[in-house]
Design a protein around this ligand. Structure first.
Ligand code: HEM
Length: 404
């Protein structure tokens, strides 16, 4: 069991910080080499295991004995949860098969390449408007506020069928809720505002369905409905949180890498049709979701020769896997010709990211548009001064001052 621990000299304090936007924790190479499944001490005082090798991470993420049940009292959360947080199901992300399989099947058709491509003109318009607004504003600008927060938030508005009149409210509350530099009370208020907004949104879609994801679920005959009212609100909330911070942080970090790597930036400008390769390599390289593929063992098992007992927590570290030299040659280099598609930045197995086609398209459009419109974009701070999100489950930058 992941019991409270008084003292343990052998357990590594987890998570270790990233010291630079381009580096993963310094401890990973040594762990992959010498202790690939390592016992760690979480900030909550509980123990868990971290898995650091690519092959072991993939095996762990398809092992049915490792569960996503975040309501399990032994689940290895990074912070102690309040009672009300425990009540949140996290929709699909907190389910196990076969319940998960049915619930995912009901919405997977909303995220196909074809469905995603249908959103392309609107995503392009959102990005054009955001970049033009930044260009029209004062210099230096904060790329995080100008692009990384608004773009994913407005795209999710499209997906969920949020009316245009509510965009500003939605964007404001979402960025407050997800911004770890905001005071806790303001973030909590934004969370409750959004929850009651999504509740009303689902009620409105049930009464008068439109042409959007929530409406299509709500309009199904009762016996075919996979999501009742409360479950649909949870799903909307999951899509909002899963699709926002992730894409936003990749907008910031990817743009930073392109600004600091003129050859790569010029390739993006000259050959926008090949930017998807850049997107996948940057996803692998930054691995912002290193810490989110977390499971709880429901049975005894073994990973990489290490016995894991039922009740113990497991972090399958996607970032460490994506920098494993056994899977990627020269993993510390950005090499857009490597064909990085087998990276695990979107996870692996049954919970693999549902929104990955959408995320790839958003990033492709942002990088292409940003550097076509502002080829001379450059950071207005030194790398050492950029505020890193070591205080959040998803890595990124709190701010990115830019000028041109
Ligand atoms: C799941 C990463 C964007 C929706 C996941 C998982 C990862 C991930 C690693 C697996 C979690 C696990 O195994 O426990 C990312 C990254 C993104 C991104 C790196 C952007 C760069 C999006 C977007 C959406 C989305 C845009 C939708 C609007 C979801 C959902 C799940 C998920 C619904 C849960 C799927 C399930 O449990 O079956 N994502 N994601 N994600 N993602 Fe994403």
């Amino acid at each position: 069991m992941t019991e409270m621990v008084e003292h343990d000299d052998t357990a590594l304090a987890f998570p270790p910080p990233r010291r630079c936007p381009y580096r993963l924790p310094d401890e990973y190479p040594e762990l992959r080499e010498n202790s690939p499944v390592q016992r760690v001490l979480l900030p909550t005082g509980r123990h868990a295991w971290i898995v650091t090798r690519y092959e072991d991470v993939r095996k762990a993420l398809i092992d049915p004995r490792l569960s996503s049940d975040r309501g399990d009292p032994d689940f290895p959360h990074m912070v102690e949860l309040a009672k009300s947080d425990n009540d949140s199901t996290l929709s699909l992300a907190g389910m196990d098969p076969p319940v998960h399989t049915r619930a995912r099947r009901a919405v997977v058709g909303e995220f196909t390449v074809r469905k995603t491509e249908a959103l392309r003109p609107r995503v392009q318009q959102i990005v054009d408007e955001a970049v033009d607004a930044m260009l029209a504003g004062p210099k230096p600008a904060d790329l995080v506020r100008a692009l990384s927060f608004p773009v994913p938030s407005l795209v999710i508005c499209e997906l969920l069928g949020v009316s245009y009149a509510d965009h500003e409210f939605f964007e404001d509350r979402t960025s407050t809720m997800l911004n770890t530099t905001e005071p806790p009370l303001a973030r909590q208020r934004a969370f409750f505002d959004l929850q009651s907004y999504l509740d009303e949104l689902v009620t409105a879609k049930e009464a008068e369905p439109g042409d959007d994801l929530l409406s299509r679920q709500a309009a199904k005959p009762a016996e075919e409905r996979s999501y009742d009212h409360a479950e649909l609100v949870d799903l909307a909330f999951l899509l909002l949180t899963a699709g926002h911070d992730t894409t936003g942080n990749m907008i910031s970090l990817g743009s930073l890498a392109l600004m600091q790597n003129p050859r790569l930036r010029d390739r993006v400008i000259a050959e926008p049709g090949r930017t998807l390769d850049v997107v996948d390599e940057l996803l692998r390289y930054f691995s912002i979701t290193d810490l989110i593929t977390v499971r709880i063992a429901k049975d005894d098992l073994e990973i990489g020769g290490q016995p894991i007992k039922a009740g113990e927590g497991v972090f399958a570290l996607g970032g460490s896997a994506n920098r494993d030299p056994a899977a990627f040659e020269r993993p510390e280099e950005i090499d857009v010709e490597r064909g990085a598609r087998q990276h695990v930045a979107f996870g692996y197995g049954p919970h693999q990211c549902l929104g990955q086609n959408l995320a790839r398209m958003e990033l492709e459009i942002v990088y292409n548009t940003l550097f076509r419109k502002i080829p001379a974009l450059r950071p207005d701070a030194s790398l050492d001064d950029l505020p890193l999100k070591n205080d959040a489950a998803i890595f990124g930058l709190h701010a990115l001052p830019v000028t041109w």
